[in-house]
Design a protein around this ligand. Structure first.
Ligand SMILES: N[C@@H](CCC(=O)N[C@@H](CS)C(=O)NCC(=O)O)C(=O)O
Length: 238
């Protein structure tokens, strides 16, 4: 059995991290069984091979970090044929979408919303702190994590924009994703591929969050994208 290590169950997501959500969705698409184990902050930073989630321990003991490296390694090891029908141009296209989702929308759409905006941080912190006895130490701990994440956000290109600019570029990402999907059942056409796992994870954390934001209001106008998300949710998670 593959052991997947994440941070914590959050709201209706399998994990707070979209990269963990991506990996577990990919494992479902690939038909591989797994167990999800939570290693919350600050233990995660000490245990994770590269100080980030996800990482896995495969049944043979091999430890692999980074969602994409894990997917590539398991694809090779288990002869997973999910992307086997794609040609070089489609693979290149898929790579570009992956980068848009993970290196741009992640920051502009997700990190900005829940770690940077005060009203959403209050909602997110309440969920992260559920079950913990309130104390000055717990308060300090969450303040420190928030400062750390906001610092990472500010170090990223979109972190230098105004709030309205960040929201605008996140909405542009959603427009592009919706236009590319069109009326196709899967993001690369008529069959599931690995990129559906990345898109699903980002849409899960967009459509299923209790946060409030103009980005989410915009996402709800993207009816094809939302229908795609709801279909995958029903098919793979209910
Ligand atoms: N490229 C990595 C990104 C993983 C990542 O950034 N994970 C975040 C959680 S969403 C994390 O663990 N951050 C801890 C940190 O940055 O110290 C992957 O695909 O696994």
């Amino acid at each position: 059995m593959i052991k997947v290590y994440g941070l914590a169950k959050t709201w209706d997501f399998p994990d707070a991290s979209p990269y963990v959500c991506k990996l577990v969705m990919w494992l479902r698409l690939a038909g591989l069984e797994y167990e999800l184990h939570y290693v919350p902050w600050p233990q995660m930073i000490e245990r994770a091979p590269r100080r980030s989630v996800p990482w896995i321990e495969d049944a043979d003991g091999e430890v692999i970090h980074d969602s994409q490296r894990i997917i590539d390694r398991l694809t090779a090891k288990r002869h997973i044929a999910l992307d086997a029908h794609l040609g070089a141009r489609e693979r290149a296209q898929m790579r570009a979408w992956q980068r848009l989702l993970e290196d741009h929308y992640y920051w502009a759409g997700l990190v900005q919303m829940r770690w940077v905006e005060d009203h959403n941080w209050a909602i997110y912190k309440k969920e992260l702190a559920a079950g913990l006895e309130p104390s000055p130490e717990v308060e300090r701990f969450f303040q420190d994590i928030r400062e750390y994440l906001v610092g990472e956000f500010r170090g990223h290109a979109v972190g230098k924009m105004t709030v309205d600019e960040v929201r605008a570029v996140a909405c542009e990402d959603l427009d592009a994703l919706d236009d590319w999907l069109g009326d196709n059942p899967w993001f690369m056409g008529t069959r599931p591929t690995s990129i559906d796992a990345v898109l699903y994870a980002c849409l899960l954390q967009t459509y299923a969050t209790p946060c409030t934001s103009p980005i989410l209001a915009h996402a709800r106008t993207k009816t094809r994208l939302e229908a795609y998300f709801r279909r995958l949710q029903a098919q793979y998670w209910s």
